[in-house]
Design a protein around this ligand. Structure first.
Ligand code: URA
Length: 225
């Protein structure tokens, strides 16, 4: 249902994006300052959780949105899904601190249930509103390969809803080399130990392939003559 508050929030969000675009940030730090100062485009959020990692990282990992722990600590992927991601990166031989880690949506969208804050999936409209930030962020970071973790990241990166089951694997995001895989939270929700272990192995294999793509794109081309 669309009520007055939602309409005004949507209008504010559009205006905020227009304002940010007008500000023409020239560096990632300037962009981050804009993101931090902007009103959240989703209800419930408290603060912006910015991406982290070095500019020029070979791999950028894009998740959905910060969760409860990320919102408290102000860092991406530090809760249960982050721990699983860390374990998978380690097994794939990818150093997290040399990668760039961020989210499609920069604020935690949640609903209060007593003392608990329950994660709420961002709508497609909300994800689109955050797209400008993400695209700009990746323009500054210039990763060789962008890994989309789950459907929200795919929507944010491509502008289209594309099912993971069909598009899992290497992907071109409007000229940016990418790779589509599942979100680590999906693995945490799989029923049964065996399914979780198989899912984890496949996730690690995806990360290894994405890393190989990044390495291949860094190697100087051999002359065919
Ligand atoms: N899930 C995400 O998509 N991002 C985070 O930062 C944490 C959990």
């Amino acid at each position: 249902m669309t009520n007055k508050a939602t309409i005004s929030m949507q209008e504010d969000a559009r205006q905020a994006v227009r304002q940010a675009a007008k500000a023409e940030p020239r560096t990632l730090a300037e962009l981050n300052a804009l993101i931090s100062a902007a009103e959240p485009f989703v209800p419930g959020a408290t603060r912006a959780v910015l991406g982290e990692g070095p500019i020029g990282a070979a791999i950028a990992l894009v998740g959905e949105q910060p969760g409860h722990q990320e919102d408290l600590q102000g860092r991406p992927f530090v809760g249960p899904a982050g721990l699983l991601l860390d374990r998978a990166l380690l097994e794939a031989g990818i150093e997290r601190k040399r990668s760039y880690v961020t989210n499609a949506v920069k604020h935690f969208k949640f609903e209060e249930r007593g003392k608990r804050r329950l994660h709420k999936k961002p709508s497609a409209g909300e994800v689109r509103r955050y797209r400008w930030w993400l695209k700009k962020e990746l323009e500054f970071v210039r990763p060789r390969v962008v890994v989309a973790l789950g459907a929200t990241a795919v929507l944010a990166l491509s502008g289209k809803a594309q099912p993971i089951s069909r598009f899992r694997g290497p992907h071109d995001f409007d000229g940016q080399a990418g790779y589509i895989t599942v979100h680590p939270s999906y693995l945490l929700r799989l029923p049964g130990q065996e399914a979780r272990e198989i899912g984890f192995r496949e996730f690690v294999a995806d990360l290894k392939r994405a890393s190989a793509l990044a390495k291949a794109s860094a190697e100087p081309r051999r002359s065919s003559r």
